[in-house]
Ligand binder design. Structure first.
Ligand code: SF4
Ligand code: SF4
Length: 169
């Protein structure tokens, strides 16, 4: 098995739900990326149920199902991408208490299809830490609704204030 190397096909940015957790929102707010935090929506569906919650907070989708932050084949916010995007095509495996391939990856991710299936040894520890944090966050969304809603509302309020301040007097 060869080390994973993203081939940049961008398929994972075209159709999958992209969950956003409190750490993502906090990072965006502290970096002044209010417009990004303001985009976040609440969604129900398989992603939420798989995580053990009734819904998750996530990036919205364009009408073709793609992520609105995808420009061509590139992520327009790469250094600030959500934790789930940092982890992809891997995910936390509770059974093994380790990272494994995300169930979507074997038949869709071009790199995984070509046998690049092992996390880079140097990155494994960091990926496992992200995977565990994400798993914990996604399983407890229902318990932290007020925090999510407050962060999103704060982002929208800051965005509105910035827009109002930029309008001619
Ligand atoms: S945030 Fe970036 S990496 Fe994540 S799905 Fe969107 S375009 Fe892809
Ligand atoms: S589907 Fe796989 S190869 Fe394609 S962009 Fe996503 S992680 Fe990279």
């Amino acid at each position: 098995m060869a080390s994973f190397k993203c081939l940049g096909c961008s398929k994972c940015c075209r159709g999958l739900t992209v969950p956003v957790v409190r750490l993502d929102l906090a990072r965006w707010l502290s970096s002044g990326l209010y417009w990004l935090a303001a985009l976040v929506v609440r969604v129900e569906g398989p992603q939420a149920l798989r995580a053990g919650s009734t819904f998750v907070y996530a990036l919205p989708k364009r009408s073709d199902g793609s992520c609105p932050l995808l420009q061509g084949f590139r992520c327009s916010i790469y250094p600030f991408r959500p934790m789930v995007c940092m982890l992809f095509p891997f995910a936390y495996s509770a059974r093994r208490d380790d990272i494994g391939l995300h169930p979507w990856s074997p038949s869709n991710c071009e790199a995984v299809k070509r046998g690049l299936t092992e996390p880079d040894g140097r990155e494994r520890g960091m990926l496992l830490a992200i995977a565990k944090t994400l798993d914990r966050e996604l399983k407890s969304v229902d318990e932290h609704v007020e925090e999510y809603e407050a962060m999103i509302a704060a982002a929208r309020a800051r965005l509105q204030a910035k827009l109002a301040a930029s309008l001619p007097g």
